[in-house]
Design a protein around this ligand. Structure first.
Ligand code: B4P
Length: 184
């Protein structure tokens, strides 16, 4: 069963690559960012609560994303594998996920870290121009990445779950490199 977590700074290519890989492996692509954006668009209670955090580049409170991940991983199509894109984003979320996977007897997750320098991700996000891709918000998201998310690299390395891929190449080259590392 393939269980993959994508890690990397905003704009590293997590969404781009994890979506493609999920399609080729025929397993669900679970993006907390996409789920939150859809909820905001539909103005659901989750979306209303998440809006100000996402717009300013802050992380949405743990309980909100943890609940949605727990619910999604419990669905029928996630019982034979999944790719998590954007979760966990901090150590408390990683600890929550570890406990959850233990409870549902799915403990074989591996973590792909997409490595891309700051100047490259800023250029990519400015070119994309999503609502939360203004220069000020991108700067805040990078700060939060460094303080909250980057510690997960050591967290998963210490647990022998970490695979690293150079994300600073063309999307096709990143895809090839990804297929190679997950084949082992
Ligand atoms: P996300 O949707 O996860 O936003 P992201 O990190 O910017 O996405 P990603 O890294 O996938 O972008 P991609 O590279 O695909 O989160 C948005 C917000 O939601 C967060 O700021 C937070 O508020 C909230 N949130 C989400 N999860 C949360 C959690 N667990 N806890 C709390 N809050 C949470 O795309 C970037 C651009 O680069 C694209 O235009 C793409 O075409 C381009 N690109 C990709 N690969 C490339 C390559 N190899 N070369 C050139 N360009 C490339």
């Amino acid at each position: 069963m393939t269980q993959l977590i994508f890690l990397g700074p905003p704009g590293a290519g997590k969404g781009t690559q994890s979506q493609k890989l999920a399609q080729s492996l025929q397993i669900p692509h679970i993006s907390t960012g996409d789920i939150l954006r859809q909820a905001m668009k539909d103005q659901t209670p989750l979306g209303v609560k998440a809006q100000s955090y996402v717009d300013s580049g802050e992380l949405v409170p743990d309980e909100l994303v943890q609940d949605l991940v727990q619910e999604r991983l419990g669905q029928a199509d996630a019982q034979s594998g999944w790719i998590l894109d954007g979760f966990p984003r901090k150590v408390s979320q990683a600890e929550f996920l570890a406990k959850l996977l233990e409870t549902i007897h799915q403990a074989g997750e591996r973590v792909v870290n997409l490595d891309v320098p700051d100047d490259v991700v800023v250029a990519r996000l400015l070119a994309r121009g999503r609502k939360d891709d203004s220069e000020e918000v991108i700067r805040r998201r990078l700060e939060i990445y460094r303080s909250e998310t980057a510690p997960l690299i050591n967290y998963y390395r210490d647990r022998q779950k970490l695979l690293t891929v150079n994300g600073n190449q063309s999307p096709e080259e990143v895809t090839d490199a990804l297929h190679k590392v997950i084949a082992f």
